[in-house]
Design a protein around this ligand. Sequence first.
Ligand SMILES: NC(=O)c1ccc[n+]([C@@H]2O[C@H](COP(=O)([O-])OP(=O)(O)OC[C@H]3O[C@@H](n4cnc5c(N)ncnc54)[C@H](OP(=O)(O)O)[C@@H]3O)[C@@H](O)[C@H]2O)c1
Length: 225
Amino acid sequence: MTATKDMRVLVVGATGALGGEIARELAARGSRVAVSGRSAERTASLAADLGVPAIPADLRSPGAPEWVVREAASHLGGLDAVVQCAGVVAYGPVHDLTDETLVELVETNLLAPARLARAALGELGRGGTIVQVSAIVADMPVAGMAAYSASKAGLTAVDRALAREARRDGVRVVDVRPPHLDTGLETRPIAGEPPKLPPGRDVREVAHLIVDALGDERAREVDFG
Ligand SMILES: NC(=O)c1ccc[n+]([C@@H]2O[C@H](COP(=O)([O-])OP(=O)(O)OC[C@H]3O[C@@H](n4cnc5c(N)ncnc54)[C@H](OP(=O)(O)O)[C@@H]3O)[C@@H](O)[C@H]2O)c1
């Protein structure tokens, strides 16, 4: 029996490497999961593997974050937690950043997670949890990653303020700022070429740490050592 057993959890970004590991680990620990990703095909395939509801959506579409939360609550008969792992990365100096890249980063990494959290507040009762996957660059911006770092710093600021606001309603916010992971994200940038990166941390190990934090009512962050 673990703290996440029977927990009703929406995993957003579940078609990604980290989100997929988190969804599988939660299912293995007995949580009741609903999965959401941008690709309808990959969302359906993961959902079929796990035997859970699929809620595909492009989070940049108007109303999509709110719809995803409503659908998950409707499928699971309520929600105990939302784990938000969707995100995109872009590289290159500020001089070369296009408006299109800036807008996609901010919409995906900051606005959509903020809208998801806002919608989740309407569904989570006392004891509910919102886990947001930000990134280490929120605290330590990196040259060649200004816009990504800024989008994640914005998300972490939302998380830290929301954590204080939501405490009185008994809702916990966990802001997760992983280091570089071995998910291959740097091979899928929406723009630019990655700078030299350190070896990536093992995604399964990091997913386990995040699920542990979800099950630990004292956790507000995850210590990556
Ligand atoms: N990998 C790292 O080194 C690292 C380090 C720190 C933090 N992070 C953060 O961890 C999270 C997961 O990263 P990852 O490495 O697992 O990346 P990934 O494998 O590329 O997964 C990204 C996820 O975001 C989803 N997504 C992107 N744009 C979307 C949109 N407009 N609407 C809905 N979903 C969208 C993707 O959906 P589809 O695949 O269905 O399109 C996918 O599920 C991201 O927030 C990332 O910034 C990663």
